[in-house]
Design a protein around this ligand. Structure first.
Ligand SMILES: NC(=O)c1ccc[n+]([C@@H]2O[C@H](COP(=O)([O-])OP(=O)(O)OC[C@H]3O[C@@H](n4cnc5c(N)ncnc54)[C@H](OP(=O)(O)O)[C@@H]3O)[C@@H](O)[C@H]2O)c1
Length: 372
């Protein structure tokens, strides 16, 4: 390995020891520092953003045995055999954390030594690089492989993207998962200039990214958020902000944008309110979904779907070209980070408690160095 000197044999890490509550996250001072393989790079992590995937995996919410909304606590009905986003089991111990901002400090023999010293973001989708477009051959950083809640992490050289900008490490670590997910949703729904896009959960990580990235495409955006968050959500730039779940969504839209229908619903919320979201789609409208934080089971009237010529797209695994685009948007300041709070790595449990309470706007991160 080519490396900068003084890489210790052990490091600080927060390790997930099994499915369950926050007590399954254990802080260690002496966890083995990863050693990169021939095609991998070693990264000194500066900051790592929090993520619902960490919580859904810890609590086994992805299991088909669970039909409730995300709560942050363990589920008695979950089955360990299908407890991850990909419908498989996970092995423990596991270091979670997908959204890393860090510096490359070492490279394997097949990786470019010129990467050493570069500030990078990590593309969170790990691919089979002999077949990179095959969705069945993708896994997730910090889920099927160890991630960034540690001083060091390692990843394939093709997953690191140098970034040149004056944002802090904490701010940089808010982008990866939320913004590539949001951009992928907008791509899948073919959002373009003039489309009216309705965004439930607009105060959250993906929702606030959807507003910015849809605006970037010239779309008109309508946010939905809890009342207490409206002033901050307005500052993200939607044309209008509606309540989290207006009693009469058509009337709320008429008051806000002088129309009762939208072209696209870009949703990560789902749950009991879902039929109303579908019912405001215009004929030929598009529904794109990457999450179900308010509950995965919804009532669907198939007549609305086919009589209105709707298109539904799911969005999870992101194609390889998209992360490079995202870094360009960051460097050209076409999008901005929304950093709600930064906690030290040792306080990951407290950070997750705040994240789960959903009082924040944007994202919460942990930092490894006081200066981040
Ligand atoms: N498929 C993927 O690759 C992918 C990637 C990222 C995220 N996701 C999923 O997308 C969902 C949202 O992710 P995120 O990171 O944007 O979440 P987040 O930052 O936690 O924000 C979600 C927002 O949804 C709103 N909300 C509405 N009903 C809710 C309810 N019943 N419980 C909790 N929140 C509710 C809340 O805002 P208000 O209080 O303002 O209503 C909350 O802030 C999660 O389920 C996550 O797992 C999927």
């Amino acid at each position: 390995m080519t490396s900068s000197p003084e890489i210790p044999d052990t490091m600080r890490a927060v390790v997930l020891t099994g499915h369950g509550g926050l007590d399954k996250l254990q802080f260690h001072n002496d966890w083995p520092t990863p050693v990169p393989g021939p095609g991998e790079v070693l990264i000194r992590v500066h900051a790592c953003g929090l993520n619902n995937t960490d919580i859904n995996t810890r609590t086994a919410w992805y299991s088909k045995g669970v039909s409730d909304e995300t709560t942050g606590g363990a589920f008695d009905t979950a089955d360990d055999g299908d407890a991850t986003w990909g419908g498989a089991s996970i092995s423990f111990p596991r270091i979670q954390g997908a959204d890393v901002a860090g510096t490359v400090v070492g490279v394997g023999q097949e990786a470019d030594a010129g990467l050493v010293g570069k500030l990078v973001l990590i593309d969170t989708w790990l691919r089979d690089w002999s077949d990179p477009l095959n969705l069945n051959k993708c896994s997730y950083f910090g889920s099927e492989h160890d991630g960034g809640y540690a001083d060091y992490t390692k990843v394939d050289r093709r997953n690191v993207h140098p970034v040149d900008c004056d944002l802090s490490d904490a701010e940089l670590s808010t982008f990866a998962t939320s913004y590539i997910t949001a951009e992928n949703m907008l791509r899948r729904a073919d959002v373009g200039a003039g489309d009216v896009v309705l965004v439930p959960g607009a105060s959250g990580g993906v929702g606030s990214a959807l507003i910015q990235l849809a605006n970037r495409r010239g779309a008109r955006t309508v946010a939905m958020a809890s009342d207490a968050k409206h002033d901050q959500v307005k500052s993200i730039g939607p044309e209008a902000v509606l309540q989290r779940a207006p009693e009469d969504l058509k009337a709320a839209l008429r008051d806000a944008i002088d129309d009762t229908v939208v072209d696209v619903v870009a949703d990560v919320v789902g749950g009991p309110y879902w039929p109303q979201l579908i019912d405001v789609l215009a004929r030929g409208g598009r529904y794109t979904c990457a999450g179900a934080i308010a509950g995965p089971m919804v009532d669907m009237d198939l007549r609305t779907f086919y009589l209105r010529d709707l298109t539904f797209t799911g969005a999870t695994v992101v194609p390889p070209d998209l992360f490079k685009d995202l870094v360009g948007y960051i460097e050209r300041r076409e999008i901005r980070p929304i950093l709600a709070a930064a906690y030290p790595l040792e306080e990951l449990r407290a950070a997750q408690t705040a994240f789960i309470s959903k009082q924040h706007i944007g994202n919460i991160v942990v930092t490894m160095d006081a200066a981040s």
